[in-house]
Design a protein. Structure first.
Lengths: 622, 196
């Protein structure tokens, strides 16, 4: 679904877009001249959409090496008067923040929008249930929060106008259920993008060193105060009554969905905050007047609630306040959680799903966890490393498809912290312990944040075994290019950088480069590195099989499939229990390979102790 | 009245493609559309529920619990897994009898439940259920099991379980797969003609 023809449809058309696609369209309607992103679920489709239309729409797009660089690239364009958008997941903002905070002080000339997607529940995020809204409070960064796809588009455009008018970067904050929700969107006009700008020297704005720093800080506070007043109108109040509900984002949509089940929200007034930083004190104060009860509905931390509680001390001290006493700070909400929390206060029935709950308790369905794809080069590498290094090794994990190495039967990610962290932590472990440590890091992660800890490890003399899993693309988020890939975000060919050249330039010569689909090469190289006294790096190279399959399909080709030769299998189950390819099925007393699922990596044939797995005859396509 | 469709399946079976077809077709007919499409980690062999809702006015992207009108299960186990969203007297199930055994079931030597067992699991939550051998039929007739998802849409429309016009679905397929809609349309038509 990479390219959606509706992205460039005409003004006035109604189309269905993913929230993230709608943000991309909003940026196009705002006339961006540049966008630079680093992919991260649930934000990736903003960049994917922009990348797919950049050439036709006439702006520049790149997948930068990490979020900080992507932000700086976008800021450079905005410093020069060109509108720019960067999109990242919540943890991406942690990477970029070092550059974001000073640019809130300096300001921008062209509009600059930072799209940030939070992921409550962690649908696709290890690490934490981070609430990005705190960054706005720390850095005084204006933030808009859409609640559906139409608003994703409209608010993006609006964010550019606010950014350019007040010369300040603006955050567009979403959550998974906004970014990954689809909705009907009425399209607006797409202007010819302005792609050329000029950097004009401006010490008054760009010299953020003392004593000018304090002037910039003061100027920033004035901007925020002006924005709070000017955009009060963006927040919407509806309904009449003595009970007030203050909400924003997708929680608003859940509330409206359950209107019928909540006594038609009779006697209820709703405030929908569309700008969640700065929150308009005037709007909230007026809203609170005369209310008996106030509820704040927001996922994650009580950010709005604490603000409202503080304001209510003056505005309406006798109102009864509710928020996180009724609704969790953990995970995400849905229509039923909102209904359940509000029903007792609105003379409505609580939802009853006892039959469903009893059913879910009773049926013990086999779990279906996300696992490495069939044919994945990482499975082959994990298998070989474990064979050679054994179970007692410490496995330093990192972020990418290979987090799935955490699953059975490998369990080869003893910790997963952040992009590039595996090596840094491994170094620390080895400074205080004599344990063997193997570090897994992907190619995209290596370019993103792997080089500083590599230099540090080399300089300070620890010797973890570093396994670089090079599958050619940023695979988990949908095969975006990185400097080691042979194409760009604009769809042009380029000569890829070689990871081994970089590693060598750090003064590390103990490098082995192997074919990830060859157990013989892998195991030999790992034995060699494990037995050496130097810092060793294994580059296990094999193109992402899912990506390769797409390339192959375009050319009308197909993988050679494998099968279990009749009568030869001894049922040792090595392939089932220790390799765990999804295409190898064990049912009853039979072990077989599903032809429709096999992607022909052939590694199972190499590990079968009796040689029972062989290539299958080519299937005829009808 | 909002129509709530939940598409359940496993990554690679065309869950996303099916949801885009339904969303586009509903849009062509002037409905407001909302729904979800999870990307990322969920794709790697995990269970993917995709919600599509259309009607005059729709708010939540998620189908409220027990309010699915149709559960299109591209994999039988997933039909049972998402009974969470089904309600007796409301929910129709169309199930593709094309199992994908979860890796964990292989690892821990758990058997795949029989279809009889799965039918028993679904029954308390179903208005009606249809088990179709869609992917296998598509593999035999069209050479690719992945077209099974479009055959399922055909079955849904032929059985009055999806209130959209077949012309809208065909238009949506053309719009979504501009390079090669023929097999998808052929599969969809097979579903329209399916007698089960």
């Amino acid at each position: 679904m990479a390219f959606n023809p509706d992205l460039l449809e005409k003004e006035g058309k109604k189309v269905v877009l993913l929230g993230n696609e709608a943000i991309a369209r909003g940026a196009i309607e705002a006339g961006i001249g540049l966008s630079a992103c680093y992919p991260g679920t649930p934000s990736s489709e903003v960049g994917i959409a922009l990348s797919s239309v950049a050439r036709e729409a006439g702006f520049y797009f790149e997948w930068s090496t990490n979020e900080k660089v992507a932000y700086e690239t976008s800021a450079g364009a905005a410093f020069s008067g060109v509108r720019a958008l960067t999109a990242m997941k919540h943890f991406g903002l942690n990477v970029a923040i070092d550059s974001v905070l000073p640019t809130i002080y300096t300001g921008v000339k062209g509009g600059l929008v930072i799209m940030v997607a939070d992921d409550p529940l962690g649908h696709s995020s290890a690490q934490s249930e981070q609430d990005t809204r705190f960054y706005s409070r720390m850095g005084l960064i204006p933030a808009l929060e859409p609640s559906n796809a139409q608003e994703c588009k409209d608010f993006t455009k609006l964010a550019f106008e606010i950014s350019e008018k007040h010369r300040i970067p603006v955050i567009l904050r979403t959550t998974t259920m906004v970014s990954h929700s689809v909705g009907t969107v009425k399209l607006g006009k797409t202007p010819v993008p302005k792609t050329k700008g000029k950097f004009v020297k401006d010490p008054e704005s760009f010299y953020c060193i003392p004593p000018a720093l304090q002037k910039l800080h003061e100027r920033l506070i004035r901007k925020i105060d002006a924005i709070e007043i000017e955009y009060e109108y963006l927040n919407k109040a509806e309904g009449e009554g003595k009970t007030g509900i203050i909400t924003s984002g997708v929680s608003y949509q859940y509330l409206k969905e359950m209107e019928n089940d909540l006594n038609n929200l009779k006697g209820v007034k709703i405030a929908k905050l569309n700008m969640t930083y700065p929150i308009s004190r005037s709007f909230v104060t007026k809203f609170l007047k005369g209310l008996d009860k106030v509820f704040v509905l927001e996922e994650l931390e009580p950010v709005i609630e604490n603000f409202v509680r503080a304001l209510a001390k003056d505005a309406n001290p006798r109102a009864e306040m509710h928020g996180k006493d009724l609704l969790s700070r953990i995970g995400e909400y849905n229509p039923e959680t909102i209904q359940a929390a509000l029903a007792p206060f609105l003379k409505a029935k609580k939802p009853d799903f006892s039959m469903h709950d009893a059913y879910l308790k009773k049926v013990q369905l086999p779990v279906r966890k996300a696992v490495l794809c069939q044919g994945c080069p990482h499975r082959s590498t994990f298998y070989a490393v474990k064979k050679v290094m054994g179970d007692q090794t410490i496995w330093a994990g990192d972020i990418g498809c290979y987090v799935l190495g955490i699953q059975e039967p490998f369990k080869m990610e003893d910790f997963i912290v952040s992009m590039g962290s595996g090596l840094g932590i491994a170094h620390g472990i080895q400074k205080v312990s004599d344990q063997k440590v193997v570090v897994f890091i992907g190619d995209s992660t290596f370019f993103h944040a792997g080089m500083p800890p590599l230099a540090n490890t080399k300089t300070h003399g620890t010797k973890p075994l570093i396994v670089i899993l090079d599958n050619g693309v940023t695979a988990m988020t949908g095969h975006q290019p990185h400097p080691g890939s042979d194409f760009t975000g604009m769809g042009e060919k380029r000569i890829p950088m070689k990871i081994e050249d970089i590693v060598r330039s750090f003064g590390i010569s103990n490098i082995r480069i192997v074919n990830a689909f060859s157990q013989k090469e892998l195991q030999l190289a790992i034995k060699g590195l494990a037995g050496s006294n130097e810092l060793g790096v294994l580059i296990s190279r094999g193109l992402c099989r899912l990506y390769m399959r797409r390339l192959l399909k375009k050319q009308g080709g197909e993988f050679v499939k494998f099968q279990v030769a009749p009568g030869k299998c001894r049922k040792c189950l090595e392939c089932v229990h220790h390799f765990a390819c999804p295409a190898i099925i064990h049912e009853g007393d039979k072990v077989y390979i599903r032809e429709d699922m096999c992607w022909g990596c052939g590694v199972c044939a190499q590990i079968c102790p009796v040689g029972a797995i062989i290539p299958a005859a080519r299937r005829k396509k009808k | 009245m909002t129509c709530n469709v939940l598409i359940a399946g496993v990554g690679g079976e065309g869950v996303l493609f099916s949801s885009v077809i339904i969303a586009r077709a509903a849009n062509f007919e002037g409905h407001e559309v909302r729904g979800t499409q999870l990307h990322g980690l969920a794709q790697r062999g995990g269970a993917i529920p995709t919600h599509i809702r259309f009607g005059k006015k729709v708010h939540s992207p998620l189908i409220p619990r027990a309010q699915a009108d149709l559960i299109l299960a591209l994999e039988p186990l997933e039909a049972a897994r998402f009974c969470y969203f089904a309600g007796k007297g409301r929910t129709n199930f169309i199930v593709d009898t094309y199992p994908v055994k979860p890796v964990y079931a292989n690892l821990f030597d758990q058997p795949y439940p029989t279809y009889e067992k799965i039918k028993q699991m679904i029954d308390p939550f179903a208005k009606k259920y249809v088990f179709v051998d869609a992917s296998n039929v598509c593999e035999q007739k069209l050479g690719d099991p992945v077209d099974g998802n479009m055959m399922m849409l055909g079955v849904a429309i032929a059985n009055g379980m999806l209130p959209l016009k077949k012309e809208s679905i065909i238009e949506a397929i053309k719009r979504t797969a501009p390079k090669g809609p023929d097999e998808d349309i052929a599969a969809f038509r097979m579903g329209l003609d399916y007698k089960g």
